[in-house]
Design a protein around this ligand. Sequence first.
Ligand SMILES: Cc1cc2nc3c(=O)[nH]c(=O)nc-3n(C[C@H](O)[C@H](O)[C@H](O)COP(=O)(O)O)c2cc1C
Length: 200
Amino acid sequence: MNVRQPIVLGIAGSPRRHGNSDRLLDAALAGARETGALTATLIASDAGLKPCLGCGACSLTGDCIQFDRGPTVYEAIESADAIIVASPVYFASVPAGMKALYDRMQPYWARTHVLMQPRPPRRPGAILLARGGGDPYGFEGAEATTRSVLAVLGVDVLGVLHATDVDAPGELEHHPGLSADARALGAAVAAEALLRIGAA
Ligand SMILES: Cc1cc2nc3c(=O)[nH]c(=O)nc-3n(C[C@H](O)[C@H](O)[C@H](O)COP(=O)(O)O)c2cc1C
């Protein structure tokens, strides 16, 4: 039986640090560590990713031709045993840096759907979203976009948390139950990752 510690990767979608979605992610990753996982955080807005060109090169080779820090990002994604995504809602979707990262996951789609390469083992994950409120569009757009990417990455979403009516950084602390929920969700994701590693 394999007893290595699972790696839980947190992907932070907000361009501002220590805001509401970062706090949810911090709590989830703390829960994952308490359950025995190693954790890492990838900050989408700092990842230095150029946008997807839609050039189709990845459908021929399985790899992206953009010359940037993509290889580091792909390595972090591929070495993760579980992925937890945290993002604010920006105009019913996710911030631009996060969307660039999402679009750059197209090589994974091309590998399995065009090049018919074998799918890597499925892994557990979770989605944590924060929004200010005050518009009628809710979490639906951001959540659907995120679920679409996680499906391509072979992630089984174990849970989704919505923090609404949080705008200024730190307003999440007005809803202390949410951090506890994020911690519990992170722990559940890590426990599932541990199980899957053991079963592999
Ligand atoms: C450019 C921009 C667009 C936003 N769009 C929305 C929106 O469509 N719906 C919403 O409820 N909140 C919207 N917000 C508010 C953020 O979702 C809210 O401030 C959130 O708590 C930010 O999370 P963070 O602290 O993790 O950055 C927007 C904020 C910005 C800066």
